[in-house]
Write a new protein. Structure first.
Lengths: 491, 1051
């Protein structure tokens, strides 16, 4: 039976009267045109930020990390806070593309491409921090288990930092492959539509000579499933391993078994918020409201309220455990976190991450675009503070009161962070200009089940009495085929 | 001989032309390069292209990568007999700085002194040192040292100025002003000089004066000398503002003696009892068992009250109940310890010193703890003579002034008057080592040698001699002070000859002389001669006069010496000392006004958990009665009297004294000179005055190393009263048991229920093995361990500088201390407990903190590249070359003793021209200053982590010596720098696997009951243990929320 049916309870994933051609037209034509003024302005500012970041990093590498504010007590500050923050953001894309693919969530099609791109760019940004926070970055390759002439000298496989190296590089590789393999048919579409030689050549190269044969599609689907299977555990493992950086230590506030699930939930939380931030802007600027619908945003907001509540429970569990453990170090660490000189960071985290997302229980707010946008920013601020709270407010008042200290970032650290925004948005603007920001072939795949016009067409059929339906669609199979095709083409 | 030709092969013989043409060509075959213009079109372009590519890449890498900075070295053309490169030579010598004395051993490497150790053969300093002694080696290589004589501000030669000076000396009355001189030969030279020039008078001037004691002793005992105080023989010690462990008179000697009475153990529960009354907080006050604060002007009344209480049993009626209590208790204890009591007083007031003499006489200290036979030559200056000299200059009666070892233009109470007077003198000569404030005003500067370049001697006590021999030839065109005098007096001899002759005569033979030079000290055998002197002072008159001096009320300002910088002098320009945190305030680089927490509140500078982390401190304006005023930031010191503020001397120096000494001109707030606050009361200089303190709107960055002052009642420190400890010597072991016993056995093993949970060595062993899932590493052979006694540690900081000198620890400068980037491998944490606003309740404790060399080191497992790892001897070691600087180890160190090289402090980086510069520490990277570096220890580059290594270079050396002699290493052969520097023997180090070693005996037997490990419960298994503090007092306030509001207030 070839009838594609989806319940009317589910809202359409593609709004408006779309057919296959229109989809291609809507999504690909921005690539073929000159970008708008907003794009140039945005891209310029991104480049400025990126240059400032490069300058800040060069400054720190040349003069030394003493240009940063981190110190003998607080060895990690904004650097690792930003690392964990970006890595967290980098979780949403793969979660959307892999886990939601395995769970057959059709709504992922509208957002997965942008989310995956965001993941890759976020992981690129994240990767900068552990590299440039090294005192002797020119020796960074010591962490790689390379055969070497220094005798049997290997990295220390006990160190969570080394696990990070493997976890992040694997995650980045798999995410990149996943993203790129999905891009191949779309690149082929751009190639086929291209009017200029150069574009044809470049997109032809990028699409690896995709011909769109059934075999190609079948292989691509297989690859997508395999990669989805591979990256699903990675989504969970990356942040779990990042959390081991802290959980395996002896510092109160770090030494916690709750960290792996709590970090993963937090990562999804911040990742989805970041996807929302980007999509609200992207859909507006590229006029993709019909592909990235309010329904999409709402679905993401639901995940935000869920994961926000999970991190809220985690925060409270930490507090409970510090009391219940009866360990003086643990109790004091949380006391100083909440009431010490850094009290504001703890309460910023609590407000942004636990209290404010609860407003998403209200449907009206979930579907309100300005509110969604503001919340997505608030959540990311909150998640930044969460990492700051974990990293800085655990070390600043640890075991020996004589060594307690305080930490404020310097311009180089702030510049480095801003620079990663520059890197991220430079990549994102290039992506928005040269890549289809919505997966064209995947939209086409769901168009006939979840497209608004097809669903409306289906409404007529849905309203048919059972006998009539049976007569038309079960018994006169051939007739329907023609009829249906005609309808589709007509509209 | 004919030119015979040899051929190398038949080819050469048979066909020389062809052979030669081949031989000319280095490569006999054509190189496989197709040198075609069109490379890609050549016959084998691809391969050649890759070859070229490979060759050029390798060549470029080699050329670029192999370039090393060119360093010039001067080799020994002819090796001196006694210098073997890589092997240190040791020379016994003597440290003197004015009246400060220490017998030392100079360690030289390749002909340059790099480290000083205390000379253990001296029965006075007994191998102890101070921070200043340790740092003095850096002064030798100070860039600011004067490099040649000056005449009228221009370079001159000795020959020209000698003529001019000796011609000008005769005639008008002149003065030779010197610091206290302990050297018998220099005194001899001065005698010769004064004989030649009878118009010249010798005046002894000490910036920090003990004149009142000298005068009082003269009045009471007929001798203008200072006695020797035997703190080791004193059971009851009462100190009235005498910081005898820190800065008063002879701190090394006193610390050694004092610590003997403080080493209590479960087997020997005898603990001296120390009463202390002072206006501000000093390390001696911190060590005291009973402490009360007072106004400095009250000291007369207090001394009188103590006298009356001791003699007549009168109840004192002083300004505070605590003062009355302490005086009453002290009097009772003194009377109960006849012959074993001791009262000392730091006030420069003849009457008060007379009263103190009378008390000591009354409690039979005279001849027991106060030694009038072997007296103390450390200070000889009489204030009134100096004042008379300045008056004479101003009256225009002086024709010549020679200044040696003094700097009145900076440290005289009325420096302006001195300078004015000096300008009226025709011939002014300074022997200063650096262009200090006085030398700048002198016509001639004839620079003296540094003591490490000098021959000399000292007689700190009668018949106790100490020889000074140089560790290096003079670096600059300098000349010994005595030589200058001899030249001008035309004595026809040099100081060297005179010195040699003096000692040869005294010692009798070359053999004895050599031995004395080798030992460094010449002392009578047996115990130090002791004896009493009949007291004939008029104590009633003294009491009447002392009590008549009434306080004017209001705020009183105390001028004090910091342990690091002392009176100022050359020390102000010593970056090691500038960056050494003051033991009490934990502050570096600049001076400040110490105020009590209560006073701070009034000045809007309250110290809370929130403000303590703010580096910007409130600036106040302090104005003395003489109109002098300074603007300085406020540092809050719990334990200061609420009526008192205090400012340290040694700061506010002129830029020419050196870069490190120069205060911050940009803000005008860096360091300020406090000497002008001093006053002269007609008999002696007074280091206190009434003052007004006004709040200003300004704030100023102060580089404080430790922000939090309470140990929060954590088991990081254990303190007990003597009573608690005597009642139950296992009290600490039980406290430790609460933390670890439950982990010492496995669930299925026999439990420890029913036992008193006191830790013993089996539980310790069980905890080591069963507190972890991992297998236990058996340490066979050597297992290093260190013990630090919190009772003996006075916080003096000698270990910090000793470590810095030994291990090339970097100075980071004020800006980086502000960012908590300091590098000290050993720091001394200072904790206060008690009620912040009630200074008399404050108890202070010091805890030296260094790498604990944990056997389960949390730093080691987190390093991604194994740059930090564990040795089979229990050392936590750093491979600097492997370190990539992730700082993860520092984060995971529970003791926070790992230090990162944030900047290129030393020029050891692979980047050029990126050394960190801060004008006050710039001199450290000078080629001259770098001569102080210890070649046995790597100079760390930027970006690597570093930390205490237990002086692994010394351990290796000791092991190698033992190995060469084919014997096991003996206990005491391997000693760390901090251990050797310590004047109180608080640090014991050795091989725990050696049953006979001191550390083993201490931990397992003698001090088993006082042994604890910091953060033992996290199972990091430190190899450093501490011995609990036992206070001879009624209660421990730390951690008790009712009594310790530093604990509860300081969020």
């Amino acid at each position: 039976m070839h009838l594609k049916y989806e319940s009317f309870v589910r809202e359409p994933l593609v709004d408006g009267n779309k057919n296959y051609h229109q989809v291609s037209e809507d999504i690909i034509s921005p690539i073929e045109q000159k970008p708008g003024r907003m794009w140039y302005i945005g891209f310029f500012f991104s480049l400025v930020l990126l240059s400032y970041g490069v300058f800040s990093v060069c400054w720190a590498v040349y003069w030394g990390l003493g240009t940063w504010g981190v110190n003998r007590t607080i060895g990690w500050g904004w650097d690792i806070t930003n690392f964990v923050w970006w890595i967290g953001i980098g979780h949403a894309g793969t979660l959307i593309s892999a886990i939601l693919l395995l769970f057959r969530q059709g709504w992922r099609t509208g957002v997965n491409r942008a989310a995956e791109a965001m993941t890759i760019f976020a992981v690129m940004c994240a990767g900068q921090f552990p590299i440039w926070h090294m005192g002797r970055v020119w020796d960074a390759f010591y962490v790689l288990p390379l055969p070497n002439s220094r005798g049997p000298l290997w990295p220390n496989f006990d160190s969570p930092l080394l696990w990070d190296v493997f976890a992040i590089s694997t995650y980045f590789t798999v995410s990149l492959l996943f993203w790129y393999s999905g891009l191949i048919p779309d690149f082929a579409t751009i190639r086929d539509r291209a009017h200029t030689k150069l574009r044809k050549a470049l997109y032809g190269l990028a699409s690896f000579g995709w011909t769109g044969t059934a075999k190609s599609w079948q292989r691509m689907e297989m690859l997508a499933l395999v990669l989805a299977g591979l990256s699903t555990p990675l989504v969970l493992s990356v942040h779990t391993i990042v959390s081991f950086d802290f959980a395996t230590s002896v510092i109160p506030g770090w030494h916690t078994t709750i960290f792996p699930p709590y970090f993963v939930a937090g990562a999804v939380f911040s990742g989805f918020a970041m996807v929302n931030t980007l999509l609200v802007i992207t859909r507006k600027i590229l006029h993709l409201e019909e592909y990235i619908t309010i329904g999409h945003l709402e679905a993401m907001n639901k995940i935000i309220v869920l994961t926000g509540s999970i991190v809220g429970v985690a925060y409270l569990t930490e507090l409970f455990m510090s009391w219940y453990s009866q360990s003086w170090g643990e109790q004091a660490a949380f006391k100083w976190r909440i009431m010490g000189p850094y009290w504001w960071s703890y309460w910023a985290m609590m407000t942004c991450n636990v209290v404010s997302p609860q407003l998403f229980w209200i449907k009206k707010l979930r579907r309100n675009i300005p509110f969604t946008f503001i919340m997505s920013i608030v959540v990311n601020i909150g998640m930044w503070f969460e990492r700051f709270v974990i990293i800085v407010t655990s070390t600043y008042r640890d075991w020996i009161p004589g060594s307690w200290a305080y930490y404020s970032p310097t311009w180089t650290e702030v510049g480095f962070y801003l620079g990663t925004f520059g890197l991220f948005f430079t990549c994102y603007f290039l992506f928005a200009k040269y890549f289809p920001v919505v997966a064209v072939h995947e939209i086409k795949f769901v168009l006939k089940t979840s497209g608004d016009n097809y669903k409306r067409e289906m409404a007529k059929i849905d309203a048919m009495p059972l006998e009539a339906f049976a007569h038309e669609y079960v018994n006169s199979h051939e007739e329907h085929e023609e009829h249906h095709e005609a309808v589709a083409h007509h509209s | 001989m004919s030119q015979k030709q040899y051929w190398k092969g038949l080819d050469e013989l048979n066909n020389p032309d062809a052979y030669n043409s081949l031989a000319e060509n280095e490569f006999k075959e054509e190189l496989p390069f197709d040198l075609n213009d069109n490379l890609l079109a050549a016959t084998t372009p691809r391969r050649d292209f890759l070859k070229f590519l490979g060759f050029s890449t390798v060549a470029a890498t080699l050329v670029a990568g192999c370039e090393m900075p060119v360093r010039k070295v001067v080799p020994y053309a002819i090796k001196p007999e006694d210098i073997t490169p890589g092997v240190p030579n040791y020379y016994a010598s003597t440290f003197v700085d004015g009246g400060d004395y220490c017998a030392v051993v100079i360690k030289t490497r390749d002909g340059r002194p790099i480290k000083l150790e205390g000379n253990e053969l001296s029965s006075i300093t007994k191998g102890g040192t101070t921070a200043r002694v340790q740092a003095s080696v850096l002064n030798l290589y100070d860039k600011a040292r004067i490099r040649h004589p000056y005449s009228g501000g221009a370079e001159a030669t000795f020959a020209t100025i000698d003529g001019e000076i000796s011609a000008a000396l005769a005639g008008k009355p002149g003065y030779l002003v010197t610091c206290s001189i302990m050297s018998p030969t220099v005194k001899d030279v001065i005698g010769k000089f004064l004989t030649k020039f009878p118009n010249i008078k010798h005046v002894v001037y000490d910036a920090i004066s003990y004149s009142a004691m000298l005068m009082a002793n003269e009045a009471c005992y007929g001798k203008r000398v200072l006695p020797t105080y035997h703190f080791d023989k004193a059971q009851t010690i009462v100190s009235l503002d005498a910081d005898f462990l820190g800065t008063w008179l002879s701190p090394v000697e006193f610390s050694k003696g004092y610590s003997k009475g403080r080493k209590v153990s479960a087997k020997n529960l005898k603990l001296s009892s120390h009463f202390h009354i002072e206006p501000m907080q000093t390390i001696t006050g911190a060590a005291a068992d009973q402490r009360a604060t007072c106004r400095p002007s009250e000291m007369g009344a207090i001394a009188a009250a103590l006298h009356e209480a001791v003699v007549k049993g009168t109840q004192p009626s002083l300004s505070s109940p605590k003062l009355n209590e302490v005086v009453t208790k002290a009097a009772k204890a003194l009377n109960g310890a006849k012959g074993a009591g001791l009262v000392v007083c730091g006030t420069n007031d003849v009457n008060i010193q007379t009263i103190v003499n009378s008390i000591n006489d009354h409690i039979e200290a005279n001849g027991a703890t106060v030694n009038w036979v072997s007296t103390n030559n450390c200070r000889q200056g009489v204030d009134s003579e100096m004042v008379a000299f300045v008056d004479a200059m101003n009256a225009g009666q002086v024709g010549s002034v020679l200044l040696h070892g003094v700097n009145p233009a900076y440290d005289y109470f009325d420096a302006k008057k001195f300078v004015e007077g000096l300008s009226k003198v025709a011939l002014t000569v300074s022997f200063a080592e650096r262009m200090d404030e006085t030398a700048q005003k002198c016509k001639y500067v004839v620079p003296d040698h540094h003591f490490l370049e000098s021959w000399g001697d000292a007689e700190p006590k009668p018949n106790y001699f100490s020889l000074m021999q140089p560790g290096i030839a003079p670096l600059f065109k300098t000349r010994a002070f005595a030589d200058s005098l001899l030249t001008w007096a035309a004595a026809g001899t040099t100081y060297g000859d005179l010195w040699k002759q003096f000692w040869m005569t005294k010692l009798g033979s070359q053999e004895n002389f050599d031995k004395a030079l080798q030992n460094g000290v010449i002392e009578p055998t047996g115990d130090m001669p002791n004896g009493k002197e009949a007291f004939k002072g008029n104590v009633d008159e003294a009491i009447a006069k002392a009590t008549a001096k009434k306080s004017a009320g209001g705020t009183e300002l105390v001028i004090y010496q910091k342990i690091a910088l002392g009176h100022g002098g050359p020390w102000s320009n010593n970056p090691w000392l500038q960056e050494m945190a003051d033991p009490i305030t934990r502050t570096t680089w600049d001076n400040y006004v110490c105020v009590s927490p209560k006073r701070a509140k009034e000045l809007d500078a309250e110290l809370t958990g929130f403000t303590e982390v703010d580096t910007k401190k409130r600036v106040v304006n302090v104005k003395g009665t003489n109109g002098y005023s300074v603007k300085l930031p406020v540092i809050v010191v719990p334990g200061m009297s609420n009526d008192v503020v205090a400012i340290a001397v040694g700061y506010g120096r002129d830029k020419k004294v050196g870069m490190a000494a120069a205060s911050d001109d940009a803000t005008g707030l860096g360091g300020r000179n406090a000497y002008p606050f001093m006053t002269y009361d007609g008999a002696s200089f007074q280091s206190y005055t009434t003052a007004t303190v006004e709040k200003t709107a300004e704030k100023f960055d102060v580089a404080v190393i430790q922000t939090h002052s309470s140990y929060e009642g954590r088991p990081v420190i254990h303190e007990y009263t003597l009573e608690e400890f005597s009642k139950d010597p296992k009290v600490l072991l039980k406290d430790r048991g609460k933390e670890i016993t439950e982990f010492a056995t496995l669930p299925w093993m026999e439990g420890t229920e029913g036992a008193d949970n006191a830790v013993d060595s089996t539980i310790e062993e069980g905890y080591r093995k069963n507190g972890t899932l991992y297998p236990n590493y058996p340490y066979e052979g050597i297992k290093w361990g260190m013990s630090i006694d919190l009772n003996s540690c006075t916080g003096c900081g000698a270990c910090i500088i000793g470590c810095q000198a030994e291990n090339n620890v970097s100075v980071v400068g004020k800006d980086h201390v502000l960012k908590a980037h300091e590098m000290h491998w050993i720091r001394i944490d200072r904790y206060f407990s008690g009620k912040a606003e009630e200074p008399d309740t404050i108890q202070t404790i010091f805890q030296p903190m260094l790498c604990q060399h944990c056997d389960n080191a949390p730093c080691e497992n987190v390093c991604p590249v194994s740059a930090t790892n564990h040795s089979s001897e229990g050392l936590n070691q750093m491979a600097y070359n492997r370190c990539i600087g992730t700082k993860y180890c520092a984060n995971n160190c529970p003791y926070k003793v790992r230090h990162f090289n944030w900047m290129d402090w030393n020029g050891a980086d692979c980047f050029e021209d990126n050394q960190y510069e801060d004008y006050r520490r710039d001199g450290l990277n000078d080629d001259l200053t770098r001569m102080v570096l210890n070649p046995d220890v790597t100079v760390r580059s930027r970006g690597v982590m570093e930390k205490c290594s237990f002086c692994v270079q010394r351990l290796q050396e000791a092991k190698l010596y033992a190995k060469k002699e084919d014997r096991p290493m003996k206990d005491g052969e391997a000693r760390t720098a901090c251990q050797m520097a310590c004047p109180t023997d608080a640090i014991v180090f050795g091989n725990m696997n050696d049953q006979a070693s001191e550390i083993h005996k201490l931990r397992r037997q003698e001090q088993a009951e006082r042994t604890f490990y910091v953060l033992e419960h996290i199972h990091v298994l430190p190899n450093v243990n501490y011995l609990a503090r036992i206070r001879n007092t009624e209660e421990i306030v730390a951690g008790d929320e009712k009594k310790d509001n530093i604990f509860s207030d300081h969020i």
